[in-house]
Each structure stands twice: as C-alpha cells, then as structure tokens.
Design a protein around this ligand. Structure first.
Ligand code: MRU
Length: 348
C-alpha cells in the first residue's frame, strides 16, 4: 500500500502575519505572499492567489483577525464599529463560494461576544485557527466516507482542484482520492486541465504527483470519449455552494461532466464540508455565478490567443442539478440521490 501524504499546506499564520502560497505560480515555483492588511487579503482572493471554496473561507477568517488588529490600533474601545468596511470588502472578493460568507459570519458572531476594551486579536486568532483545523479534520472524515463508496480497482476523474491547496489541507475530492488510493481502491486518476486557470493541470496534477498517485491529464473535451471506453467508474469533484435541494455550484464544466456521466453510466460524487451548504437558498437558480474577465479566455500566460477585441464568456462556475448527482459527501454524513428530503438528514 502506498503511503499518501497530506502535508501540502497553502495557508499559514506565522509571526503574526498571513502567508499564502501563491497558486498562480504553481507548479513552476513555490512563492509565498505575506499579508498583514485585510484589504490586501481581499485582493489576493479576487486575484486567485488563494482559491477553492474552503481555502477562501479559512483565508477570510484570518483576514478578520487582521481587520480587528487595525481597528483596535486606530479606534480602541470603538473597534467593532469600524469592522464593517473591511468585512464588506472581504465579502465582495468572490461571489460564488459560500464558505467566504460562512467564515465571516462565524468570526463576526464570535467577536460580538468579546469585550470592547481589550485587544481582540488573540481570541480571534484562536477562532480562525479552529476554523482551519476543523476544515482539515472534516476533510479526513469525508475522505473515509467517500472512499467507502468506491469499489476495488476504480478509475476516477476529477475536475479543477479540490485538494490540499483548495482547503486547509488534505482536500475534499482529492481527500477521497488520497484515501481511496491508500486503501487500494483507486488504480487510476484522470484530471481535466480546467480552462482557463488550469487548476487541473497546474494544481491537481502537481498534488497527485507529489503523493505518487497515478494521474493522467486530459483536456476537458476528452471526457466523453474517456467515458465511452467504459474505463471510468466515478467523477469526484468539490463544490463552491450546495443549496437546500442538493444542487451544486462548482467549477465551470462540472455540469457538462455530470450530463456525460449519466449517459455513460458513470457515477458522480460531490465532496464538500457542511460550510459549503447554503441552507438559505432553495435551488441552484439562486446561486450568484462569478463572471470573470474575458482576458482570462482570450489570453494564455499573457499571450493573445484570440482575435483582439473578440467577445467572450467567462463564467467561473456552473450548476449541476441534484438529480445528476449520486452522492454528496460531507463530514456530517453521505447523502445518496440528493433531494430536499435527503439533504435534511444532515441539517442540524
Ligand atoms: O475558481 P476556483 O479555483 O476557486 O474554483 C474552485 C472550485 O471550483 C473547486 O472545485 C471548489 O471550490 C471546491 S475546493 C475544495
């Protein structure tokens, strides 16, 4: 049995500063960006220095610590009254991943109970670290639960990056893949390159290589013909937001894979912590989909690859309806054939 390694970490708190592994530079270089201002962290989230729903949430929690430090330094006893502006900027940094709002809300509820006349930093940092550690623990639980669904000798396809880089560590979809591989249940992993940011080729392929898990990279357009060979057993992906009826927002292209999977009899697994579930939204129709700059489509590493001025679409996410999903794996349990009723089983 091959030993898997969950040692990759993209978020660290060191010497009272936030360190983010710059995911735009991988796999070429491992460059750490250092932050001590909440506003700069908001920009880092927008600019994809850090990405992946749980990682965005954890980063936001640490950004709240930085915002509170600045608020205390400038306003002392009135520090809570000046938190609104930095937290609003933080909440606006990316619209689809609900973990961002979940983390800001958890930190806000936490500091509401802190004293006005003491520096809040130490207590808030403890809460941010708890959020970080709970995410890693949830990933290990989901890894075990998801791996139980796999049969021996499975081949799986993943999309985008839902690994250690996209979370506090270990990963959601890649957590299941790491666990499944360590149990001898997975023989082959395929990853889509994931245009336009190439999270599959730059990040997922790098993570799996790092752990010596066999991975084959393909362009998105190859997914149907791979499924037609009968070689694939599961598609395993993460999520940016799951609604109360089990609809899933994830990286653009996930919906296409789910439709292909149904046609070819391949199963579809979504792996996400309960912080990714937005119980306030009834269905995927209500999820805000981030539209990013069209230059991400018309250029590749700074090089123009389409006619100058061409119109282009660049939605970062799509919605996969619950009926196309076989299993949603959370740390609170597995929901088979998700529906409003089935989802209620993990609502506490
Ligand atoms: O645009 P990104 O890279 O932030 O998109 C990430 C995804 O779509 C992931 O699949 C999702 O956030 C889950 S990460 C565990």
């Amino acid at each position: 049995m091959t030993k898997t390694n969950d040692g990759i970490q993209a978020i660290k708190w060191l010497d009272n500063k936030l360190y983010l592994l710059d995911q735009r530079c991988l796999p070429d270089k491992q460059l750490w960006q250092i932050y001590d201002e909440a506003l700069d962290v908001s920009k880092a989230i927008t600019d994809m220095v850090v990405r992946g729903a749980p990682a965005i949430g954890i980063t936001a929690a640490y950004a709240v610590v930085l915002a509170a430090r600045a608020a205390w330094a400038s306003h002392k006893i009135e520090w809570k009254q000046v938190m609104h502006t930095p937290l609003k900027q933080l909440a606006a940094s990316r619209p689809t991943a609900v973990n961002l709002h979940w983390a800001i809300e958890r930190m806000t509820l936490f500091y509401a109970n802190l004293a006005d006349d003491h520096s809040p930093e130490v207590e808030l940092l403890k809460e941010a670290k708890r959020i970080h550690q709970e995410d890693i623990a949830a990933n290990h639980t989901m890894g075990r639960l998801g791996a139980e669904l796999l049969t021996e000798n499975s081949s799986v396809l993943t999309h985008c990056n839902a690994g250690a880089l996209a979370t506090g560590g270990f990963g959601t979809a890649l957590g299941v893949i790491r666990q499944g591989y360590s149990e001898g249940k997975i023989k082959q992993v395929y990853t889509d390159e994931t245009r336009p940011w190439l999270q599959g080729s730059r990040l997922t392929a790098w993570e799996l290589n790092h752990d010596n898990i066999p991975v084959i990279l393909q362009i998105e357009g190859a997914a149907a013909s791979l499924m037609a060979t009968g070689e694939l057993n599961w598609i395993i992906v993460g999520a940016d937001r799951i609604t109360a009826n089990g609809d899933v927002a994830n990286k653009i292209g996930t919906y296409m894979l789910a439709i292909l999977a149904q046609y070819h009899g391949v199963k579809m697994m979504v792996v996400a912590p309960s912080s990714t579930i937005d119980w306030q939204l009834d269905s995927g129709d209500d999820i805000p989909i981030e539209q990013r700059a069209v230059t991400e489509v018309t250029t590749l590493q700074g090089q123009q690859i389409a006619p100058e001025g061409i119109a282009a679409l660049n939605p970062a996410f799509d919605i996969t309806p619950a009926e196309l999903i076989d299993a949603i794996v959370t740390e609170k349990g597995v929901i088979l054939s998700p529906s409003i009723e089935a989802m209620r089983a993990i609502k506490v």
